[in-house]
Design a protein. Sequence first.
Length: 152
Amino acid sequence: MELHIALFEQLDIATLYRLLRLRVDVFVVEQHCAYPELDGRDAEPDAAHLWLTDGDNSAPLGYLRVLTEPDGAARIGRVAVAPAARGAGFARQLVTAALTHIGERACVLDSQANLVEFYRSLGFEVTGPEYLEDGIPHVPMWRAGRSAVDEE
């Protein structure tokens, strides 16, 4: 398994296409959510794209992106695992890599309600009530910033 991390400008066209295809296949097609998947944030200067493959040119098995919120906190989003790759721990591997990339900053995300315990196991806490986004229950979550001492 190979972990890749790149800023938008570092992505070649074929890789970008494969990453966006996975996101659309999962969020728009599989979850039946007609929404603007291409929201303009992928190209932000510090947006980090993380994905897993079996090799450099293979289709991504999982993906997520890390953005920076106006208050400086990191935002993990668009966490997707290809249907054929689910159950192998790829989401945990990606989120853990994202938290390493984020470093000491606080981090937020909007979890699908059925994944709250997964994110709790990674140090996130629920910060607000459940809400519907595109007909799917979501919960806002937060993880405090970590220092090197916290990680020991």
